[in-house]
Design a protein around this ligand. Structure first.
Ligand SMILES: Cc1cc2nc3c(=O)[nH]c(=O)nc-3n(C[C@H](O)[C@H](O)[C@H](O)COP(=O)(O)O)c2cc1C
Length: 203
């Protein structure tokens, strides 16, 4: 499947075959794809919590509006991110580059994030969104269905997965063998409302 076909055919699917298991090799490929998603300054602050424990999946479902896909999909990944990644030895994000490049990039990272808490926060969500979509497109290309989810209690999820300090939970992505057809696409806004040229019209 080519990329455009994966983009066109990916849909949010909510019903899954609970008996289907994704192989370790497929899971590895999915996560490897997610890790190819870009991050500003390559700081890679996403953390992918693959929830394998069925009891924990049941607990997560309870705090996620009882959505069945939380327990029934073959894979549940909680995409989290570290707000402090920018200050954790940032030169390592350029390991393999010449030393002067590593030092220069580490200084740029510090200059960009230090004292700018809103950027530290926003960047986690930018990265998580890109990772989630990359993951779902990879799943589509591999013949699986998926759904992004944020219908849950963030604090409760954080407690259940032992979220470390200064990390955020961004969203769940479930992946598996869907057992329902996607409903027809509805409600897509007209291009004229969402695609602009140069700038917004004066208000
Ligand atoms: C950040 C985010 C959170 C979402 N949360 C949920 C969710 O909790 N439960 C659910 O069934 N769908 C959820 N969705 C799926 C959307 O409802 C779905 O993507 C949207 O209706 C468009 O449908 P499509 O993805 O099939 O094109 C979420 C989507 C996004 C991007």
């Amino acid at each position: 499947m080519d990329t455009l076909e994966a983009i066109q055919t990916r849909r949010a699917i909510r019903a899954y075959d609970p008996d289907h298991a994704i192989s370790p090799a497929e899971l590895h490929d999915l996560l490897a794809a997610a890790r190819r998603a870009p991050s500003a300054f390559n700081i890679q602050h996403c953390r992918f919590v693959v929830v394998r424990d069925p009891a924990l999946r049941r607990e997560l479902r309870k705090v996620a509006w009882d959505q069945p896909d939380v327990t029934d999909a073959s894979v549940l990944i909680v995409i989290c991110a570290d707000r402090d990644a920018w200050k954790k030895d940032p030169a390592r994000y350029f390991n393999g580059a010449p030393d002067d490049v590593k030092q220069r990039m580490a200084e740029m990272i510090r200059g960009y994030y230090e004292g700018r808490e809103w950027v530290q926060q926003d960047e986690t969500m930018r990265s998580a969104g890109l990772a989630a979509q990359t993951l779902m497109l990879a799943a589509t290309a591999m013949g699986y269905q998926s759904c992004p989810m944020d219908g849950f209690d963030y604090d409760a999820v954080g407690r259940l997965i032992n979220l470390p300090a200064n990390h955020v939970v961004a969203m769940f992505v479930v992946i598996g063998k869907g057992t329902e057809q996607a409903a027809p696409r509805v409600g897509k806004l007209p291009d004229g409302e969402v695609i602009l040229t140069d700038r917004f019209p004066p208000s």
